[in-house]
Design a protein around this ligand. Structure first.
Ligand SMILES: Cc1cc2nc3c(=O)[nH]c(=O)nc-3n(C[C@H](O)[C@H](O)[C@H](O)COP(=O)(O)OP(=O)(O)OC[C@H]3O[C@@H](n4cnc5c(N)ncnc54)[C@H](O)[C@@H]3O)c2cc1C
Ligand SMILES: *[C@@H]1O[C@H](CO)[C@@H](O)[C@H](O)[C@H]1NC(C)=O
Ligand SMILES: *[C@@H]1O[C@H](CO)[C@@H](O)[C@H](O)[C@H]1NC(C)=O
Ligand SMILES: *[C@@H]1O[C@H](CO)[C@@H](O)[C@H](O)[C@H]1NC(C)=O
Ligand SMILES: *[C@@H]1O[C@H](CO)[C@@H](O)[C@H](O)[C@H]1NC(C)=O
Ligand SMILES: *[C@@H]1O[C@H](CO)[C@@H](O)[C@H](O)[C@H]1NC(C)=O
Ligand SMILES: *[C@@H]1O[C@H](CO)[C@@H](O)[C@H](O)[C@H]1NC(C)=O
Ligand SMILES: *[C@@H]1O[C@H](CO)[C@@H](O)[C@H](O)[C@H]1NC(C)=O
Length: 539
């Protein structure tokens, strides 16, 4: 015992010395093999591949591998802490080896699938760390007969959608609107998209999974047990282990669906439209999802003046005639005409929602669009009762004042009301009429620019306080927001975890802590907002 721990200590020092050197100081002689690499080589059955999957800071490809899946440019600057090593596993054995070896040398692991985390938790850490980058593990296999799929965590939503479409025109899957989301982060955090009112979230359709736990074991649903399987459907993967794949049940979709985007400005009575939207969108036929996008926009009526544009962006799992009749009756202020509608296949609706150009082919969803990022900040809220007209009028004033922050309202209801709030860790079910996303995206770097837009978003968030959920004011894990609390895993780590934990998970937080304490008592799998253990519970 004593011997092995001092060995570990020794190798850790070695490791840190050799990997902290700046590339500028490296001489032409190659660095000696690191303890991590040695451990990995001896612990995986495909040791001959190991030299192809480990990128240290001196490697010429290190920067491009790191940047490939950065999706928030805020974390692509020189002061952003960088990983000691990036490991890009090709198979489950490599994942097992990376976990065992990172743990044995006492270095943190950050797990990255698609890199879309708004706060960069998959690739940034203040402590010395290694990135386990899953992009090579992206097989998608579809079983049309039995209507399910096995999808590895490094696949994107686009790759999943494409592979389903290749095999069947009447099967689909409810997941995100963006087609470059990683399955690992997206599904472990919930996963919602334009079919959520009909089918619920992605996690409501997960039937099995494979995970590498803190001891390097590979577990499927049966081996991990129902507690851990529950946790990784909405509780975030990063607290529990490395999710290698999910098995998902596919859903039946019609061959023709209908989309539209119809907008009105304040001059065109957008306020009345929004008031009617919030009554109709959460209660109408669950085949219809109408997202409301609110943004400041220059007025066409009065030059130099800013107005609010309210766009209704819809997906209907049916034909245009039926949709126009339905909305004529229930949402007359929209004034929807058949000319405003487009009938198309489900796969084309995905392309359209993801803002591809008209005529884009499904193959476009295979483009991972790597190394592309703007600066961004997102926040979330849940709305439980209709907001008053005065509330909206005040909101417009605030939005016009800040001029850059937009809001997206995603209607709930339908299937979301039918699933109990503890069926998965995701607690925001019946009782919510819509979710708000606060969104600001900018191009220019600079701390003062960052501060300006962050500040505007926070002020708008403050304005909304009386209109949204309280005690706790809840938030959506996939819309990661470190403003709501962070953990530094000191003495009061449980208390710190409680602060953001109840916002993301409400009454499900305690069960997550219990599961975390059982499967990873040493808290190896952690980040700024991971689930703390019980043992850190000090009063
Ligand atoms: C442009 C954009 C559009 C979006 N649209 C939607 C949307 O329509 N619907 C929606 O629900 N969300 C949406 N999101 C949010 C998105 O779902 C989350 O950011 C999600 O976590 C992304 O998953 P990822 O694998 O790409 O992210 P990553 O940054 O790779 O990971 C996110 C978190 O999950 C952990 N993780 C990743 N892979 C694994 C794994 N294999 N095992 C264990 N833990 C893992 C990471 O460590 C990190 O903590 C959007 C985000 C962006 C940037
Ligand atoms: C495999 O990993 C363990 C850490 O759990 C390490 O102690 C051991 O040395 C490694 N195996 C070999 C043969 O190096
Ligand atoms: C960089 O790392 C990769 C993957 O391990 C390896 O194949 C390659 O030879 C390395 N390149 C250099 C110049 O060290
Ligand atoms: C992915 O699928 C291919 C073809 O079925 C297979 O050869 C390969 O081993 C799979 N890769 C992984 C990582 O499972
Ligand atoms: C909807 O169709 C009507 C009638 O063709 C047209 O006047 C209106 O501009 C369209 N609205 C949008 C948002 O396209
Ligand atoms: C807005 O509403 C007012 C009052 O109901 C109405 O008189 C006016 O015609 C509407 N304007 C538009 C552009 O629909
Ligand atoms: C990150 O910064 C580098 C320049 O340092 C740039 O080439 C790259 O495109 C950026 N990537 C992203 C994702 O912003
Ligand atoms: C943690 O608790 C111990 C004992 O109660 C105390 O000595 C120490 O200062 C605390 N550390 C921090 C970071 O609060």
């Amino acid at each position: 015992m004593g011997k092995s721990s001092s060995l570990v200590h020794f190798s850790m020092i070695f490791f840190l010395i050799f990997l902290h050197v700046s590339p500028l100081l490296v001489t032409s002689t190659p660095p000696p093999e690191s303890p991590f690499l040695k451990c990995l080589t001896s612990n995986t059955s495909f040791s001959n591949q190991v030299s192809n999957i480990v990128f240290d800071q001196t490697n010429a490809s290190y920067a491009s591998i790191l940047q490939a899946y950065i999706r928030n440019a805020k974390f692509n600057i020189s002061t952003t802490p960088k990983p000691l090593i990036i490991v890009t596993p090709l198979n489950e054995h490599h994942v097992q080896g990376a976990v065992v070896c990172a743990k044995s040398i006492g270095v943190k692991l950050r797990i990255r699938s698609g890199g879309h985390d708004y706060e960069g938790t998959s690739y940034v850490s203040k402590e010395p760390f290694i990135i386990l980058d899953m992009f090579n593990m992206r097989n998608v296999s579809i079983d049309v007969q039995n209507e399910f799929a096995v999808v590895q965590s490094g696949a994107t939503t686009g790759e999943l959608y494409y592979n389903i479409w290749k095999k069947s025109k009447v099967l689909g899957f409810p997941a995100g609107v963006c087609v470059t989301l990683g399955i690992g982060g997206h599904l472990s955090g919930g996963g919602y998209g334009s079919m959520m009112r009909k089918f619920g979230l992605s996690i409501d359709h997960v039937i099995d999974a494979r995970i590498v736990d803190v001891n390097g074991r590979i577990l499927d649903r049966k081996a991990m047990g129902e507690d851990l399987f529950w946790a990784i459907r909405g509780g975030g993967g990063a607290s529990f282990g490395v999710i290698v794949s999910y098995t998902i049940k596919l859903v039946r979709i019609p061959e023709i669906v209908t989309t539209f985007v119809v907008g009105k400005t304040l001059e065109q009575n957008a306020t009345e439209l929004v008031l009617q939207w919030q009554e109709v969108a959460p209660s109408i036929d669950d085949r219809l999802f109408m997202r409301l996008l609110l943004q400041p926009s220059s007025s066409a009526v009065e030059k130099g003046k800013t107005t609010i544009l309210a766009n209704v962006n819809a997906l209907f799992l049916g034909g245009a005639d039926e949709l126009v009749a339905l909305l004529g009756k229930e949402f007359p202020l929209l004034g929807l005409k058949k000319e405003n509608c487009s009938e198309m296949s489900w796969v084309d609706s995905l392309l359209s929602w993801a803002n591809f150009e008209k005529g884009a082919k499904p193959e476009a969803m295979l483009d991972r669009r790597t190394n592309m990022a703007s600066f961004l900040k997102r926040k979330s809220d849940f709305v439980e009762k209709p907001i008053s007209k005065e509330g909206y009028e005040g909101l417009w004033k605030e939005m016009i004042k800040y001029d850059k922050v937009g809001l997206a309202f995603n209607p709930y209801g339908g299937k979301m009301n039918e699933i109990s709030s503890d069926a998965t860790p995701f607690p925001h079910r019946a009782g919510n009429i819509f979710k708000i996303q606060y969104s600001v995206t900018w191009k220019e770097p600079g701390i003062d620019v960052d501060e300006k837009f962050m500040d505007q978003t926070r002020k708008l968030f403050k304005y909304m306080t009386p209109f949204v959920s309280k005690n706790p004011r809840r938030a959506f894990l996939n819309y990661r927001d470190i403003d709501i609390g962070i953990n530094n895993f000191g003495n009061d780590s449980y208390q710190q975890g409680l602060v953001y934990g109840v916002k993301y998970f409400n009454n499900n937080f305690q069960r997550l802590v219990k599961i975390k304490s059982a499967v990873d008592p040493g808290n190896f799998f952690s980040n700024e907002q991971s689930i703390p253990t019980h043992s850190s519970h000090k009063s």
